[in-house]
Design a protein around this ligand. Sequence first.
Ligand SMILES: NC(=O)c1ccc[n+]([C@@H]2O[C@H](COP(=O)([O-])OP(=O)(O)OC[C@H]3O[C@@H](n4cnc5c(N)ncnc54)[C@H](OP(=O)(O)O)[C@@H]3O)[C@@H](O)[C@H]2O)c1
Length: 185
Amino acid sequence: MSTQYYTASSLDGFLADEHHSLEWLFQFPQDIETDYLPFLSQVGALCMGSHTYEWLWRHHFAPDAPQPMAWPYTQPTWVFTSRALPRLEGADVTFVRGDVRPVHRAMQAAAGTQNIWIMGGGELAGQFSDAGLLDELIITIAPVTLGRGMPLLPRRIVTPPFVLADVRQVGGVFAQLRYTIPRPS
Ligand SMILES: NC(=O)c1ccc[n+]([C@@H]2O[C@H](COP(=O)([O-])OP(=O)(O)OC[C@H]3O[C@@H](n4cnc5c(N)ncnc54)[C@H](OP(=O)(O)O)[C@@H]3O)[C@@H](O)[C@H]2O)c1
């Protein structure tokens, strides 16, 4: 079981633009063969920050959503927020706030032998990193720069450095980097 921060990023290290938009990512064909489905099949629990949930809500689940769809995750999901966000009928979503460590324990219990997906954004992933709970970074880099926006991992993490585990091309478009995170001695 591994706790993985799996996300897409611009080449200059942003997850979304300053308006939380992912349009720069969605310009690429949706049928590019990625490792997303095999990755997701190994996930037993996942979590996200409030803007990620709100973006999904606005685009897919709100009564006036432009692209309606069903909640896409069968795995239990935790959403970090200090606010009251809309609930989605039929989705296994728990709203939480504060210390990530007890939430991680609950996610571990739910995931069993499967992996935990920290979906992002960067500040939430940083909190798991601060707590020594992140095992892997799996970053799919799109060939664009945004100049500003929501940072990939807004932390200074220098020693010990991450350990490069894999580099691969995805669909001839993206570069995927996989790093393991050594536990501090
Ligand atoms: N490129 C990708 O694949 C990808 C993937 C994921 C996310 N993103 C983007 O990343 C950006 C940032 O995402 P995000 O806002 O979901 O995550 P985030 O930046 O890590 O977290 C920000 C918000 O989440 C809530 N939060 C985080 N930690 C909390 C804690 N310990 N307790 C209570 N609330 C906490 C807070 O919201 P409240 O104000 O509600 O308290 C906070 O303002 C978004 O624009 C999203 O679209 C991109």
